[in-house]
Ligand binder design. Structure first.
Ligand SMILES: Nc1ncnc2c1ncn2[C@@H]1O[C@H](COP(=O)(O)OP(=O)(O)OP(=O)(O)O)[C@@H](O)[C@H]1O
Ligand SMILES: [Mg+2]
Length: 259
């Protein structure tokens, strides 16, 4: 279903917090199936952008249309129902429950069943959906593990798996690889991006790691002080003078300051 009209249309987005301008003059069209990397230094406005698209933050001005429907003013629940999802924050996962139990709850909610009684949710239909998700996200070996016992990479796979059970058309991820070791990061992204591409999900993800950006995205949006300063393919973006100065330079600076 690859039409010409964009799946997401963002127009003249503005967000201010008092004197702080978190988003300004944001105009962007996203086509179905694009894998978009959102980059930018600390405080550039990346999370605010994700929050506005997913309804967690109301813009000061502007319009965000999903398949022609205005999203601004809709509750997050309605936006999710329309087909836009985001990875669950760790706090939204039940730490004392197992991987399977968490996924069953997410599946039950996505399939409009109550999430209050696990026994009621345990139908053959949901079981087979659960098995499919566990397989696709390589979570089978961990299905009976308690979340609190999982390694960070596995926990993040669960977060994403829980966000996709509602079968979103667009998935937004805020720093999916943060906290994942250098050794694990490519395996993790191969699993996630492989699964999402198979389902034709359009992905927008915030990323600080330029190796991940170079390898997995088809398009880069570079943010600086709330504005998009570059919108281009990754190879071009990573070589761009402004991106070098205002994103990559500042990332190095930030990393140095962190350690
Ligand atoms: N609720 C809020 N109230 C006031 N200012 C806010 C609020 N949320 C964000 N900001 C400000 O908006 C700007 C953009 O913040 P945002 O969280 O989007 O940055 P970011 O690009 O995600 O940064 P990081 O890489 O550190 O996650 C920052 O200056 C931030 O301090
Ligand atoms: Mg952020």
């Amino acid at each position: 279903m690859k039409g010409n009209s964009p799946i997401l249309e963002v127009r003249d987005l503005l967000k201010t917090f008092g004197a702080v301008v978190a988003a300004k003059d944001i105009n962007v069209d996203i086509s179905q199936g694009e894998i978009v990397g959102i980059i930018g230094a600390n405080g550039a406005g990346k999370t605010c952008f994700v929050n506005m698209v997913t309804g967690y933050l109301a813009p000061t001005e502007g319009s965000i249309k999903f398949e022609g429907t205005e999203l601004i003013g809709l509750e997050t629940r309605k936006i999710t129902h329309a087909g836009i999802s985001r990875s669950f924050q760790v706090s939204q996962v039940f730490h004392s429950m197992t991987v399977s139990e968490n996924l069953m709850i997410a599946l039950a909610i996505a399939n409009n069943r109550g999430a209050d009684a696990l026994s009621l949710m345990d139908t053959p239909d949901l079981r087979s959906k659960l098995d499919a998700v566990l397989k696709r996200y390589k979570l089978e070996p961990h299905r009976d593990s308690t979340v609190s016992a999982l390694a960070q990479g596995v926990r993040k796979l669960l977060d994403i798996a829980m966000a996709v059970v509602s079968k979103p058309r667009i998935l937004l991820l805020d720093e999916p690889t943060s906290g994942i070791s250098v050794e694990e990061k490519f395996d993790f992204m191969d699993i996630v991006m492989g699964a999402l591409k198979e389902d034709g999900v359009t992905v927008l993800f915030v990323e600080h790691d330029m190796e991940i950006v170079a390898r997995y995205v088809s398009r880069v949006l570079a943010f600086y002080q709330g504005e998009i300063i570059a919108d281009m393919p990754p190879k071009k973006a990573l070589a761009d003078e402004k991106v070098q100065e205002f994103v990559i330079g500042k990332e190095h600076h930030k990393k140095r300051n962190r350690t």
